[in-house]
Design a binder for this molecule. Sequence first.
Ligand code: NDP
Length: 290
Amino acid sequence: AEKSVAVLGLGSMGTALAAALLAAGHQVTVWNRTPGKDEGLVGRGARRAGSVAEAVTAGEVVIVCILDYADIGPLLEGQGVGRAALQGRVVVNVTNGSPEEARAMAERVTALGAAYLDGGIMAVPEIIARPEAFVLYSGSREAFEAHRELLDTFARSVYLGEDPGLAPLNDLALLSGMYGMFGGFVHAAALVRSAGGPVAEFTTALLLPWLRAMAGGLPAMAAQIDSGDYAVTGSPLAMQVSHDSIGEVSRAQGVSAELFAPLFALMRRRVADGHGSEGFAGVVELVHPR
Ligand code: NDP
């Protein structure tokens, strides 16, 4: 069903969110601190609000997408806003921040009489409203359920729980996995380049199939982390660290091992601690002792 939505913040992400809402037929009112960023959206049917207060009172759902958490409180408590304007509305804050910031914002917004949802956008603006995008939400379950269809216009919506900090925490966990993969990719590319090979062909023909196969093992490793039982049969850690082949060959090839070395050091420490017959997943006990 068509809803009235306010979008505060028309950077590249806010603009993409507002555009998706307009395309889905919602009534969209937009506000941005610096004027002039809303022309494209207004041309597609958005209403331009002259102030935050005007935007907020025009939307049953208020999407906040600005650069920094610290600026949101003052925005929502500014002139003409506050309790009178926010009472009974739903604030969906998709600004990136920490779990602690999300919890503090939830308290602040709830105190102003609105329900609060925190969102972690797992997409770049270009893929908003495309199938590969998803958004993590945490906070008011009631608000999520009431507006799920609306939120699904941005991307697939994933609700994680009432603790508002869950969306930012899981967002950062996903980015951690991504950066691990990017780091491994860059090291692999450097090795291949050092031998004169084209990285593009290596990546599509070899690395991607290999990573896909290895990713298939993650659920079993996750189960080990949940249970604390790291017994393996195939590739015990002691075997994996018996020789620093990656480090040595890298250095011989003129490739710095600085991306790989910290991980290898942890694997070795785990073996030194007496867990050489166990699997890689046990390394988690070194970065987060149970
Ligand atoms: P942009 O840099 O494109 O836009 C920043 C926006 O924040 C502008 O609308 C700017 O307004 C506004 N803003 C900054 N400071 C203030 C303030 N003090 N008061 C009011 N408005 C302010 O950023 P994005 O749109 O890319 O990002 C917005 C949020 O979305 C960030 O938290 C980001 O982490 C998150 N995000 C972005 C992704 C991306 O790929 N772009 C992916 C996932 C999340 P003005 O025009 O006046 O400067």
